[in-house]
Design a binder for this molecule. Structure first.
Ligand code: PEP
Length: 255
């Protein structure tokens, strides 16, 4: 039986590109999005370039998301971006709890949870990132760590709210390292995450939630990841900065 979940491939551009490069890359992805028409494509540029990227994809099915946001709707939070501001621009998604936010900016599951609630309240679809470090994997703690992150990040959300979000499983040791999890390693954790979602919401809701894999996904390893039953797309860092590479990955999921 084929999956009821529409695949979703998102590009996390991180703190890269300038305005003109951001516009050109977005325009190139938009112009070729039909190559992966069965998948949903999402671009997450630096916040300052959300507007030109939104303009560049305006007449295409490509969606746009933020890379982070604050959990308050407005207020004295210098330098921060409020969820309604992302909605106001036209964003549909926001990445939350990326491992770089967790390790470099001290975001805990409690912080991610507050942001997830705020994103959902504003009408954004959060892409909630979880994943173990190499040390945790080697200590045999992957399952416990990922389970705790999912439970903590989604604490208190209703089944309906859980049904609206996307999870990205990103083993920290695979992000930007060129080391990709094997399809079997990734599938095992994706299936675990779906079971955890089943206990937090219901098996029916869990069956609808899209779980992306992230960590050194490239055009030449995407197909074997896409073949796994619980891998519903990819969150792509480095390879999302080149239209050919991003679209190569997108085609593996939705071509
Ligand atoms: C990421 O940062 O979300 C990521 C998966 O990066 P990369 O694809 O470069 O490993």
């Amino acid at each position: 039986m084929s999956s009821p979940r529409r695949k979703i491939v998102a590009g996390n551009w991180k703190m890269n590109l300038d305005r003109s490069q951001a516009r050109s890359l977005a325009a190139a992805v938009a112009a070729r999005s039909s190559e992966a028409a069965a998948a949903e494509l999402v671009l997450c540029p630096p916040a300052l370039y959300l507007d030109p990227v939104l303009e560049a994809v305006a007449h295409s099915p490509v969606s746009v998301g933020g890379q982070n946001m604050h959990d308050k709707a407005s207020g004295a939070f210098t330098g921060e971006i409020a969820p309604p501001m992302l909605i106001d621009l036209g964003c549909r998604y926001v990445i939350l709890g990326h491992s770089e936010r967790r390790t470099l900016f001290g975001e805990t599951d409690t912080v991610v949870n507050a942001k997830a609630r705020a994103a959902l309240a504003a009408g954004l679809t959060p892409i909630v990132c979880v994943g173990e470090t190499l040390q945790e994997r080697e200590a045999g703690r992957t399952g416990d760590v990922v389970t705790a992150q999912v439970r903590g990040s989604l604490a208190g959300l209703s089944a309906a709210e859980i049904g609206r979000l996307v999870i990205a499983y990103e083993p920290v040791w695979a992000i930007g390292t060129g080391k990709v999890a094997t399809p079997e390693q990734a599938q095992e954790v994706h299936a675990l995450i779906r079971r955890v979602l089943g206990t937090l919401a219901s098996p029916e809701v869990a069956a609808k939630v899209r779980i992306q894999y992230g960590g050194s996904v490239k055009p030449d390893n995407a197909a074997e990841l896409a073949a796994q039953p619980d891998i519903d797309g990819a969150l792509v860092g480095g390879a999302s900065l080149k239209a050919d590479d991003f679209l190569g990955i997108a085609r593996a999921f939705g071509g």
